[in-house]
Design a protein around this ligand. Structure first.
Ligand code: CAA
Ligand code: NAD
Length: 283
């Protein structure tokens, strides 16, 4: 099956990146969010990234113009009626995601694939709210999407071979490397990564070292491009906590217990880079 028209739901940092790479690959791409201000501000951010790519000689002015022309702002999920693929990238919450998938199932044509960019939630459960579980799949991009090469592909219990093959081909068409992972809480990426981040937060909570020193150990000692606390800020502490909760309840294992300091930061609204304050402060 060919994928020509897509909708990305959620114009946050992930949805914006996914829409950008889809549009750059020639897909007519609706970028949808709850209000036009959010969508417009994400499109302005994408334009700035493309300007930078032009000035570095990575793309031409024509390619930039074509990518922007392929991006269509949307606040109405009915725009997905003619889409071949919808990628959901909204808040990491099963109830909210389920409502969106139920609605999309009513709106989209029968052949349309419904993908979730969820970091950790069961694809099988999301698929079960639709009448097309064979067409529901996890398409998990990494942040920042235009830079990171991986897409984790997660098949729900009922996902068909045809849907899997289409999403694998689409990931490759976006110049990404797909890896198939079973439908378990946190998949591979976040089962491994978030435990490290949570442990770094516990180390801070217990006063083992400062924020900067914890990050320096991992950057200089393990050659990570950014330390775990900076990475948590960059992902969003609300998302980190939601993923830890999924791991904790999903495996019913205390090794995934979210650090109380992480809960406190989220309660305070210190969500990291996106709110200007997390373990670090941002302009
Ligand atoms: N969007 C698009 N491009 C971006 C970007 C963004 N938000 N941020 C940085 N870039 C680009 C820059 O333009 C630059 O491009 P060029 O090479 O063409 O110049 C390149 O990335 C490198 O950027 P910088 O030189 O400014 O900074 P850096 O060398 O520190 O790299 C980084 C930035 C790529 C983000 C790097 O720090 C990194 O790899 N960090 C770790 C990223 C990571 O672990 N991501 C996974 C998060 S977990 C996840 O995504 C899964 C989940 O479910 C939570
Ligand atoms: P974000 O907070 O930056 O953006 C979420 C966006 O979704 C917001 O703009 C919000 O207004 C919008 N939204 C919420 N409900 C909506 C609805 N019903 N309809 C339309 N839009 C709605 O979050 P993010 O970091 O982009 O994460 C989005 C998803 O991607 C989550 O499931 C997250 O777990 C996953 N993810 C995040 C990362 C990361 O590093 N942040 C990486 C991979 C996957």
């Amino acid at each position: 099956m060919s994928i020509n028209t897509v909708m990305v739901i959620g114009a946050g940092q992930m949805g914006g990146g996914i829409a950008q790479v889809m549009a750059a690959a020639g897909r007519k791409t609706y970028l949808n969010d709850v209000n036009m201000d959010i969508v417009k501000s994400r499109l302005a951010f994408i334009e700035k990234l493309l300007d930078k790519d032009v000035s570095k000689g990575k793309i031409t002015e024509e390619q930039k113009a074509q990518t922007l022309a392929n991006l269509i702002p949307s606040t109405d999920q009915h725009d997905a009626a003619d889409c071949d693929l919808v990628v959901e990238a909204i808040v990491e919450n099963m109830d909210i995601k389920s409502k969106v998938f139920k609605n999309l199932d009513e709106i989209c044509k029968p052949s349309c694939i419904l993908a979730s960019n969820t970091s950790s939630l069961p694809i099988t459960e999301i698929a079960a709210v639709t009448r097309r579980p064979e067409k529901v799949i996890g398409m998990h991009f990494m942040n920042p999407v235009p830079v990171m090469k991986l897409v984790e592909i997660i098949r729900g219990l009922a996902t068909s071979d045809e849907t899997y093959a289409a999403i694998k081909a689409e990931s490759e068409a976006l110049n990404k490397t797909p890896v198939e992972v079973r439908d378990v809480p946190g998949f591979i990426s976040n089962r491994v990564l978030q435990v490290m981040i949570n442990e770094a937060i516990y180390s801070l909570y217990e006063g083992v070292a400062s924020v900067e020193d914890i990050d320096t150990v991992m950057k200089l000692g393990m050659n990570h491009p950014m330390g775990p606390l900076q990475l948590a800020d960059f992902i969003g502490l609300d998302t980190v906590l939601a993923i830890m909760e999924t791991l904790y309840t999903g495996y019913a294992d205390c090794k995934y217990r979210p650090c109380p300091l992480l809960r406190q930061y989220v309660k305070a609204g210190w969500l990291g880079k996106k709110t200007g304050r997390g373990f670090y402060t941002y302009n």
